[in-house]
Structure formats: C-alpha cells, structure tokens
Design a binder for this molecule. Structure first.
Ligand SMILES: *Cc1c(COP(=O)(O)O)cnc(C)c1O
Length: 449
C-alpha cells in the first residue's frame, strides 16, 4: 500500500487543511478569467456568494426523504413549477429536481422504458432513437437500463432529420430524443416536425434542453431565432433543463419535466417491504444534498426573468461576435448554423489541422474541448466571455498562421493523439485504449498512461 495516503493519525487542523486546499488549486484552469470554454458557468463573485450562502444554509439537510425536510420539498416543488412555467407547461405538467443533466437523461430512459412496458405488450426489446449529436448521457442510459440505442447520423445541417427518424421507428421504439440545443454543435433539432412525427406514431419525444433550458426561453424577439422547442409543441412529452448550467445555480441541479403524472409515475421507485422502512424515491440518488436544491431555488429567485433575459442577450451577443470573428479567419468555418450559445468550428484547408490549432490555443492558455466526427474545436459561451472575445480571436488568428507555416505540428503534441483517435477506422481499438487509460487513471497510482 502507498503509505503517503493514509488518513492522518492525528488530524491536521483547520488552517493546515485550508492552506493545502488553496495551494492545490493553483494549477487548475482559470474559469474566472475566463480561460475555459466548458465545465463552469460562472457569472460573477456576487452571484456566486449568494448561491454559496443558499447552499450553506441547507448544507446538512438531506432531501432523501420527501417528508422530513419540508423546506426542501417546498423548494423542489417551486423550482419544478417555475421551470415548467418557463417551458410553457400547464397545470398538468409535473417533474422533479435531479442532481444534474445526466441524472435527468438517465431517468427519462428508465421512465419511458417502464411506461412502454406498462402500456404496450408487444415490446420485446425496447429501443430509443437518438441522434449522433445527442449527449452521451443517452448512450449511458441505454447501456445502464438495457434500452437499445438506435443512432441516427445527423444530416448536413447537423440536425436530427425527421425522415431518417421515421425510418428507424418500429414496434420496439419507446422514445425519440431530440436536443435543444445539442452539446457538440449547438444545433436545435427540428422539434416541431419531430413532435408531429412522434405524436402521429404514438411515441414520446423527449427534448434534451439540459444545456439551453435556462437560456432559450429568454432569447428575445429581436435576436429572435428560436423556434418553439418546449411544451408548446404537441408530441413533446418530457424535457430536461439544467439549473446548474445557464440557470447559474450550484452544481448538482437539473429539472426533469413530464407533460403529466401518468408519464412521470413510471419514474418512481417504491418498496413497501424494506426493513429500513417503506421506501419511495423519485430519482437515482439516495441521500440528496439539500444545498443543491436551495441554491437552485435561490438562483432562479435572485436572477429573475429580467436577469435571465439580460444574460441570454449578452451571451448571444458574445457568441455572435466570436462566430463572425472566426468566420473571418481564412481557413476556419463554423460547423452547421448554430443558433444558441454553443458552437464548434473546423478547418477548411487540407494542410491546416484543427487539432494543431487547438494545441496552439492551449499554449496561449486556453482550455478548449476537441470534437471528433467531424473534427473541431468547441466553445460554450457565457456572458463573462465578453471579457476575452478580442484576445481569443487574436490568439486564434496567430494559432492559424503558426499551424499554416508549420503543418508538421499536426504530428506533434496532443494534435497527434486527437488526430489518431479521430481517424482510426476500427473504433473498438479506441475503446480498448480508453479502458486501459481508465484503469491507469483510477488505479492505485492515479497516473496518466
Ligand atoms: C450537459 C448536458 C447533459 C448532461 O448534464 P450533466 O449536468 O453534465 O450531467 C445532457 N445533455 C446535454 C445536451 C448537455 O449539454
């Protein structure tokens, strides 16, 4: 055993522990500058303090038992109702708070599987239709809950094609998943067409608005580019929306909504015989942090619709500046025609390797996600990125010239690895490599292979 990592025989005391924690942060990505383009949705210190205080006020409370802490049940209820109203639900719309987008997606898979089992006798092996661009949480849900994922390659416009979708429907289909918007490219799938298709075939349509749920509803008519994507659209039966993304809550908060209780009922887990007591649970978790619920409630109440409208406007302004700046750089193009606050871009020139450009940007201090199939770089924009638009574009122009001048850069650094991973035709080989990496990362030595 590694002796360095035992629980210390004698506790270190508050000061030493805090000093250690603080110093450990120094090498982490700077999300306040902001240097990051995913992972953190940070507005400013003032809002963060409020959310922290709300979290701390309910730090020890546990929302496992819906009856014990009535305060939490109340805030969860109100958080769900506010989200339902925002997404044009009605008096029948119901939902629950969850620990995040992944839990919301996993629960939707479980709920619709069990709904289908209850309603349709003919289903032998449940299937769900999912665009290539849908969040990976849906693939995870399929694997966890044994629902076959039927992938639909997105069309040229990078959106889920209703005709392709229709072709994949069969009597085992329990669910169609659409995104508003999708994480990789920020495209909003054609929700109205898909809703009509789903309704006509008697299959539920889930709209994954984990990312955009707290942004799209607040995009005003002037920027006005968001077609209806929520409960206004017939056929939309459930929606997920993350409060810990553009709701600017503390991490650990998402909402899953259903058009009515006859649907949501299938999300519940009940056991009446457990010696620990009669048990009812609506989600994946047992113990649930009360702080996350309180912070989500507090964030919605503090920001308000007016605040969210302002953030949506500035987010899209920043996004537009970035996109047009990138379009102006020769050799780069925005992938698809994204309408929301997320986009990706790739290279239009043979010799200009987009991953090598990514490496150059990393060297200039940016943390950027790489996409594959198609190859690209990614940006998830918040209002705070207004601070860095010019700097980012200037660095990007430089990065492009550097790579154009030295195309061999694509065989160096991370670019070589990303390029290899993206281009290897035998995808199973990649899977085996990643498994090896996971074993090393989570092994006793916590090392990168
Ligand atoms: C972020 C995201 C998820 C997953 O949410 P987590 O909170 O990261 O678990 C699911 N779907 C979409 C479209 C997302 O952007």
């Amino acid at each position: 055993m590694n002796e360095d990592f035992r629980i210390p025989e004698k506790g270190l005391g508050r000061e030493e522990v805090m000093a250690a924690l603080t110093s450990r942060k120094t090498g982490d990505p700077d999300y306040k500058a902001p240097r990051t383009w995913s992972l953190v949705y940070y507005l400013d210190d003032e809002h963060t303090r409020l959310v922290q205080e709300a979290y701390n006020l309910y730090f020890s409370e546990n929302a496992l038992n819906p009856i014990a802490f009535k305060s939490l049940k109340g805030m969860e209820h109100e958080g769900v109702r506010m989200t339902a109203e925002m997404l044009h639900g009605d008096g029948e719309t119901v939902g629950t708070m969850t620990s995040g987008g992944t839990e919301s997606c996993l629960l939707a898979v479980k709920t619709w599987r069990d709904y289908a089992r209850a309603k349709k006798r003919l289903i032998r092996k449940p299937e769900m239709i999912v665009a290539d661009t849908a969040h990976v949480a849906w693939l995870k849900g399929g694997e966890y809950f044994d629902v076959k994922v039927v992938p639909v390659p997105v069309g040229k416009d990078l959106r889920l094609d209703p005709e392709e979708t229709a072709r994949k429907i069969n009597r085992n289909t329990i669910l169609i998943v659409a995104s508003a918007p999708d994480y990789p490219h920020g495209m909003i799938d054609p929700i109205e067409e898909l809703g009509a298709l789903a309704q006509g075939r008697g299959i539920p349509l889930h709209v994954d608005s984990c990312l955009g749920g707290f942004l799209l509803p607040f995009v005003d008519g002037e920027v006005g580019r968001i077609p209806p994507f929520d409960f206004r659209v017939p056929g939309v039966c459930s929606i997920s929306a993350d409060v810990h993304k553009y709701g600017f809550a503390a991490k650990g908060a998402s909402v899953i909504l259903y058009r009515n209780m006859d649907y949501m009922e299938h999300q519940f887990f009940i056991d009446q015989n457990w010696p620990g007591g009669v048990f009812l649970s609506h989600g994946l978790l047992g113990t649930r942090p009360g702080g996350a619920i309180a912070a989500a409630w507090a964030s919605m109440m503090a920001i308000g619709k007016e605040g969210y409208r302002g953030y949506a406007r500035s987010t899209l302004e920043v996004t537009d500046r970035l996109k047009s700046g990138i379009t102006d750089i020769e050799g780069l193009e925005i992938l698809g025609n994204p309408q929301a606050s997320v986009f990706s871009y790739g290279s239009t020139e043979r010799g200009l390797d987009i991953y090598a450009i990514g490496d150059q940007m990393e060297e200039r201090g940016w943390h950027i996600d790489r996409l594959q199939r198609p190859e690209g770089l990614h940006a998830m924009v918040t209002p705070r990125h207004a601070l860095v638009v010019d700097r980012y574009l200037a660095d990007l122009r430089e990065a492009v010239s550097t790579v154009r001048a030295d195309p061999k850069l694509k065989r160096k650094g991370d670019a070589a690895m990303y390029g290899m991973i993206s281009r290897v035709p035998i995808r199973r080989a990649i899977r085996a490599e990643v498994r090896k990496m996971a074993r090393a990362l989570y092994g006793p030595e916590n090392r990168m292979p």
